[in-house]
Each structure stands twice: as C-alpha cells, then as structure tokens.
Design a protein around this ligand. Structure first.
Ligand code: UD1
Ligand code: CA
Length: 509
C-alpha cells in the first residue's frame, strides 16, 4: 500500500498537518453505511484516501468523522496500525465540508503554524507524489491557499473554478449553485487543497451557508481569501482519474474496476498469469510470486501472500492467507487466515477456516473443512472430513468421513493425532482425545480415549451373517403382493422387483 511508498520529504522543511473529511453519510450512495466505509478492491475507501497523507508524514493527520464515527475510526486505526500522527475530530451534525474542516481545527495544536493539506475521504486514487507536488508548488507560490484543478469535457457535479478577467482564480462555485454560464466552465475543483494553518484559523469561521444546499462549503475559502487580498492558486492536473470523488454506487463500481485493472496490470508485469483479468479480484496489499497462474473468478483479499508457481484453477475466495510455492488449488477453494506450506494440493471444494496451518506437501481434498488445525508435512485428508481444533502429525492419512468431535455445547476441545497414522474412514474422535504415533484406527471407530503409540484401535460391533436371508425377504414380499388384493404395508408396486432380480443390498448407485 502507498503508506510504505517512499515519498520525497527533503523539500518539506516547514511543519505539515493534514485534514481528511469523512463525516458524511453519502446520500447519493443510498446506504445505511457511511460512504467512506464502502469498499474498493476489498478495503474501505477511507484507507486509500488517507494513505497519501500518512505516507507524506503529515502530523497530525486529522480525520473528521460523523456517520458511524466509531467504525470509521476503528477501520482507520487498524489499517495504519495506530499511527501516532492520527487524530479524530467529531462533526456531530453534517453541515457541509466547510463546517467539517472547522471541526478539525480543534485537533490542530495552537502552536502549529505550518501548512495544512485538506482532502476528502472519497478520493481513493490520490497519490502521495501528486499531493507532494501540490505542497511544493503551494510553498513556492507563497499564497494562502492552493488547490488542484482539472479541465473536464463533462464537468458534471464538480465545483467550477471561476477566474477573473486577469485569469486569476476568483471563486469555486458548486454545480448546484452555478449560473448556466458558470456551468459551462470546464475547469473543476478536484478537492485537494494546501493552505497555511493561520489562514484556515482566520477564514473557516467566516464561511456562510447561503447557497442552494444550505451548507457551509469549504470551497468558499477561495472567495474569502481573494476578498482579503490573499493570493489563491489552482494547479492544473492532466487527468481526473486520480481525483475521482466517489458519490454513487455506479462510480464505486467504475473506480473499483479501474483499481482492479491497475493491480492486475502490475501483477501481470511481475510475471503472474491471469487467465481472465476481468474476473480476477485481487486486493492492493496482496503479493503473488512469479509464474503463478490465477484462473477465472478468483478473489484474493486482505494481506494474502501467494508464492511462486502456484496454480489456482478458478472460483476461489481467499483472505489473509499465506500460500507456499507450487501449491495447486483446484476449483472451489475458500480459505481465510491460513498458512499453507509449499507443494500442497487443495480442493476441489475445500473450506480452510481461520487458524489452519499446513506444513507442506499436504492434500486437503473435496468437502474437507479445517479450522484451527495444525497439520504436519505430507499428511492428507482427501475426502469429506471435519478437522477442527486438531493437531495432526506428519505423513498421516485421514480417511474419508473422519470427524473431530470438538464441541460439547459449551467448550471446544482439541484432538491430537501423531505421525504416520492411518485414521480409517468414518472415524469420530471425541475430543479432548489423543492418538499416538504409528496408530491404525479401524474404520467406523468412535475414539473415546487415548490410543497409545503403535496401536490399533477399533470399536466394531461384531458382524453376523444370515445365509439366504435376502432371497427369503423378497419371497415373502412377492407372495404378499400376489395374494388376493391384500398387500402387506409398505409393499412395492407389482413389477418393481422382477422375480430372480438381484437385490442391490442398499448400496449407493
Ligand atoms: C466536493 C466539493 C466540490 C468538488 C468535489 C470533488 C464542496 C462544497 N464541494 O463536492 O467543489 O468538486 O468535492 O470531489 O466541498 N463531508 C463531511 N461533512 C459534511 C459534508 C461532507 O465530512 O458535512 C465529507 C464527506 O464524507 C466526503 C467529503 O466531505 O468524504 C466530500 O463531500 P461530498 O458531499 O462528497 O462533496 P461533493 O459534493 O462531491
Ligand atoms: Ca464527493
């Protein structure tokens, strides 16, 4: 992520603070969730919106929160590992961006007289290098206020940059307040500002709310500065893509697709094959080694690290996983908070839940669920098992249908299985329980107590045979059907079982 980007700070002698506005609900999203919590490439948009400011070393970085303030604060603290520069200011009532910035002033130390960057929490594509250029230009200009503008053929809902006859910036007029002539202006306000702290202290309180929305507009700072005879500069950027503010679900989807394609291009350039980039949903923080092949419809999220020459066939959902080199994920793997060693074979249709640790050379096959399971090198569970709260040694084979019975209705208990064991099909291990090394568990066994090293455990009911029973059974029924009109209860319709047909004995077909 861009927090770790190397950002040039050599030309920033003066102190730098930053304010990001993130208190709004985002009415145009039509959501109960605060806009800045909506996700892009698997992460709330406030994270990438803030990242450039944190990366630039601004201190404090003040986040103005309001709607779902506690959640927004938690998401930010978690993403930036509680960076010491973070401050949170509450805007209890959303009265506009100017009012939000005013709320932030309380969190700015009185003795701070440096420059303040102001951005919006809905600009997730902003780069630190761009903001650094604005800051340098602002400092070189010596003005009170600077911002980034862009020329757009279709300026839409953005604020228009109004210039005077001499070509100097005179005001920003919101689209809703613009006259027809102003609406024709193609130069728009991106919403990235640099200002001196002293100017902000004197000007934010002077903003009024006499406009179409009855809100306090941050953008009014421009006209206020000019009225006071202070210079304002708009620095033109070439493209809008980096400054796109997200206001609707449609814009969210568009920007999400752009971010994903940028991530995918980077991965492909680094030697990763994406069979269908349009359906590869890979988070910004994900790392994937060279010569790995990602099939269609794959989501890799969070802080996942995928090794080299890994093959993911398709339709997988992976979050916060570490997957070793040369692993092969067959179709339909879901894995979360797992560490998978090298050369493992997973799926098809495997569910690896949190705390699964495979040492390497393992197979977790179809319809196997694992949770908090530590599995030694070379051990296999190929079909239809639940392995929860288990520690399993090396080179052990878990047969089809093995279940660790870990939950007694109150607590979860651990199952421990040693090295080189053969755990037979349909075994249930009633935890807490331990199976030693080199054990054989006969199929169908219910393991209730410790099995010592090298033992065979079994809990079979003795098998009995009744020779000729099947034929007698059919005879009885067929005789009943033929007898005048009276059918024994549950009898099959005539012809269902022709005489002499082999009974199938109830086995699966
Ligand atoms: C704003 C600018 C507009 C610019 C555009 C760029 C104003 C008045 N207008 O418009 O000139 O072209 O961004 O994308 O600033 N927020 C608060 N508290 C509030 C209101 C908003 O914290 O009371 C936050 C929101 O959470 C959001 C940000 O401020 O993250 C911007 O608000 P938004 O309503 O999206 O502004 P725009 O109408 O897009
Ligand atoms: Ca916006």
């Amino acid at each position: 992520m861009s927090t770790t980007e190397q950002v040039e700070q050599a030309h920033q002698p003066a102190a730098l603070a930053a304010i990001t506005l993130a208190a709004g609900l985002g009415t145009r999203m039509r959501s109960a969730r605060a806009k800045v919590l909506h996700e892009l490439a698997g992460a709330p948009m406030i994270i990438s919106s803030l990242a450039p400011l944190v990366a630039m070393g601004a201190n404090p970085v003040i986040v103005v929160v309001g709607h779902q303030a506690a959640q927004v604060e938690a998401v930010v603290r978690n993403a930036f590992e509680n960076a010491a520069s973070l401050r949170f200011a509450l805007q209890a009532e959303q009265r506009g961006t100017g009012h939000a910035a005013l709320c932030a002033l309380d969190a700015l130390p009185a003795e701070f007289h440096g420059d303040v960057l102001i951005t919006y929490g809905d600009m997730p594509r902003l780069h630190a290098a761009t903001v650094t250029s604005l800051l340098r230009a602002h400092r070189d200009s010596g003005g009170a206020l600077s911002f980034i503008s862009v020329e757009l053929a279709e300026p839409g809902a953005y604020g228009r940059v109004v210039r005077d006859r001499a070509g100097h910036v005179a005001a920003i007029v919101e689209a809703k307040d613009a006259s027809p002539a102003e609406r024709e202006i193609c130069e728009i306000n991106t919403g990235v500002y640099a200002a001196s702290a002293d100017f902000l202290r004197g000007a934010l309180g002077a903003i009024g709310s006499n406009n179409a929305q009855g809100e306090y507009y941050l953008t009014d700072l421009v006209a206020i500065a000019r009225h006071r005879g202070l210079p304002v500069e708009a620095f033109k950027a070439a493209q809008i893509s980096e400054f796109a503010g997200i206001n609707s679900r449609e814009e969210l989807a568009q920007v999400d697709a752009e971010i994903r394609m940028a991530i995918n291009r980077k991965l492909m350039a680094a030697g990763v094959t994406l069979i269908d980039p349009a359906t590869a949903y890979i988070g910004e923080q994900v790392e994937i080694g060279a010569d790995s092949v990602i099939g269609p419809n794959v989501q890799i999220l969070g802080r996942s690290r995928i090794g080299s020459a890994v093959r993911i066939e398709g339709t997988a959902w992976l979050r916060d996983v570490v997957i070793g080199d040369r692993c092969h994920l067959k179709i339909g793997v879901r894995a979360e908070e797992c560490r998978i060693g090298e050369d493992c074979e997973l799926g098809p249709f495997a569910n690896l839940r949190e705390g699964t640790e495979l040492e390497g050379h393992n197979r977790i096959g179809n319809f196997v669920e694992t949770k908090k399971a530590r599995v030694g090198r070379g051990t296999k569970a190929s079909h239809l098992s639940y392995l929860g709260d288990a520690t399993i040694g090396r080179d052990t084979n878990i047969g089809c249908g093995v279940i660790t019975v870990n939950y007694d209705g109150y607590d979860k208990h651990r199952t421990v299985i040693g090295d080189r064991c053969m755990v037979g099909c349909d075994t249930q291990l009633i935890a807490p329980v331990k199976v030693g090394d080199d054990c054989y568990i006969a199929s169908g066994t219910t393991v209730l107590r410790e099995v010592p090293d090298g033992s065979l455990a079994m809990s079979h009911h003795p098998q009995r045979e009744k020779p000729g029973w099947t034929a007698a059974w059919h005879q009885r029924h067929q005789a009943g059907e033929k007898s005048a009109g009276v059918k024994p209860a549950g009898a099959k319709p005539a012809g269902a079982k022709p005489a002499g047909a082999k009974p199938n004995g109830g086995s699966q077909s």
